[in-house]
Design a protein around this ligand. Structure first.
Ligand code: UDX
Length: 454
């Protein structure tokens, strides 16, 4: 099939490359000429495992091309995918649809025969109907087209793999012809294809992300109770997750969820609910719990060091919003670094992939960017583990002890083995565990907490 993919961000670039890899003829369109030149030369605008390889391979095979001209990109295409951003409107929490609707108008103006206009961008319920109306208003008289909703469920860091191995493909459409066209793209996958109406397809995307965010906030609240009660939230999550009705995924307690999707999508669904005169109380709590979670982590640091971190050096491992990405959008790790710096601490930070992006946001004031895990620990008073990179879970504790001045670790992602850390002589703070630095002693009325602020 011939495909046109508008937007070369996470969704568009990965989508275009993988569609081409499946044997389709794909044109990626973006208004950013510089970005397109870079992609063509193999320089990816994002770090995504496996992406550069399939982009270059499919360019070489002649199946994947890029252009800044939507008219050229759409020529003879069977499907035109809208994959542009829908950022959160800061004031209302609603998704900003200006890029989506602008592209829809341009698609309408360039229709040259029957096409299905497929929205992949995450858009609130009812948007595909607006897309249809705008395409029609801008299309030549009598032009024939359909719209379809085909939300993506890609996780950053594994999006190429997620395109190829997925539980389900959701297609919302209004005509059999549109269903068939979009479906034929995915037929070879071993996935359930959900055929539904436009509005339900749009809602499935928001419901999925909001539900996953709810699981995270649930386990983060469980962590607070576990820690006070002397239970271990990782054990609890494991025990719960074995029940298939609960499911084992997205039950890792931590410092809260971030990224370009969950915070924005939960806020947008909540906004949709209030627009429909319904107060989605559970989602309100999900957002509130997520905001609080990083304060719960910060409280551990300030309980130990006090509110004034002047003169203290804190080593921070992890800046990306999660592992295997260089993305720092809505990264809770970055927010914690900012909070620590705000209290006067000198920060020494390291992330395997997100250093450059982080530096762009955090600047250089009060922060030193290190080249490796152990380098940033040198003479540090405390160590914070902020992003769940697997290599941070494999620290050589003897080496950590040698490098650091202080002997305290704040593990915001429960990456380390509590027994080993405590045995190595550290005061250990984790999320939702009974540790020698944690909350348990306080809530048992005891003072068994080994706090050493010296
Ligand atoms: C998410 C959805 O998973 C994906 O389906 C959707 O299309 C886009 O949004 P992504 O934002 O890439 O993907 O990351 P994800 O792996 O879902 O993690 C989101 C955030 O939740 C991260 O900050 C991560 O650290 C956090 N998280 C995740 C937890 O705190 N605990 C968990 O158990 C899982």
């Amino acid at each position: 099939m011939k495909l046109c993919v508008v937007g070369t961000g996470y969704v568009g670039l990965v989508g275009a490359a993988v569609f081409a890899d499946w044997g389709n003829e794909v044109v990626g369109v973006d208004i950013d000429e510089e970005k397109i030149k870079k992609i063509q030369s193999g320089e990816m605008p994002i770090y995504e495992p496996g992406l550069a390889e399939i982009v270059l391979d499919n360019i070489d095979q002649g199946r994947l091309t890029f252009t800044t001209s939507l008219a050229k990109g759409m020529k003879d295409a069977d499907l035109v995918f809208i994959c542009v951003g829908t950022p959160q409107d800061d004031k209302t929490g609603a998704a900003n649809l200006s890029a989506v609707l602008g592209v829809a108008a341009e698609i309408g103006g360039n229709l040259d025969g029957y096409k299905v206009v497929v929205t992949k961008s995450t858009v609130p319920v009812g948007t595909n109907e607006r897309v249809k109306q705008i395409v029609r208003e801008n299309a030549p008289k009598g032009a024939h087209f359909d719209v379809a909703s085909n939300p993506e469920f890609l996780r950053e860091g594994s999006s190429v793999e997620d395109m190829n191995v997925t539980d389900r493909v959701v297609i919302g459409a209004e005509s059999e012809k549109a269903f068939e066209k979009v479906k034929s793209l995915y037929d070879h996958l071993n996935a359930v294809i959900v055929e539904t109406d436009l509005r339900s397809a749009e809602m499935i995307k928001y419901a999925s992300n909001s539900f996953l965010a709810t699981k995270i906030s649930f386990i983060n609240e469980m962590a607070q109770i576990c820690e006070r009660a002397g239970a271990d939230v990782s054990e609890v999550a494991y025990g719960m997750g074995l029940d298939k009705r609960v499911g084992k995924y997205f039950l890792r307690a931590g410092i809260g969820y971030g990224g370009s999707c969950f915070p924005k999508d939960v806020a947008a669904l909540y906004k949709t609910s209030t627009d429909k005169a319904y107060d989605f109380k559970l989602l309100r709590s999900v957002m509130e719990v997520n905001e609080n979670q990083r304060h719960y982590f910060m409280d551990k640091v300030t309980d130990y060091f006090g509110m004034n971190l002047d003169g203290k050096t804190i080593a921070c491992l992890g800046l990306a919003f999660k592992s295997n990405t260089d993305d720092i959008r809505e990264s809770v790790s970055i927010k914690i670094v900012q909070a620590l710096r705000g209290l006067g601490a000198k920060i020494k930070a390291y992330d395997p992939k997100a250093m450059e992006n982080a530096q762009g946001v955090l600047g250089d004031f009060g922060i030193e960017y290190g080249e490796g895990i152990y380098e940033v620990m040198k003479d540090a008073d405390g160590l914070c583990l902020l992003t769940e990179w697997s290599q941070f879970g494999e620290l050589d504790l003897e080496r950590v002890k040698q490098e650091m001045k202080g002997k305290v670790i704040f593990d915001g992602r429960n990456l380390l083995d509590k027994e080993a850390v405590e045995k190595a002589g550290f005061t250990y703070f984790a999320i939702g565990k009974r540790t020698n630095g944690g909350e348990y002693g306080r809530f048992e009325g005891g003072s068994a907490i080994l706090k050493d602020a010296s």
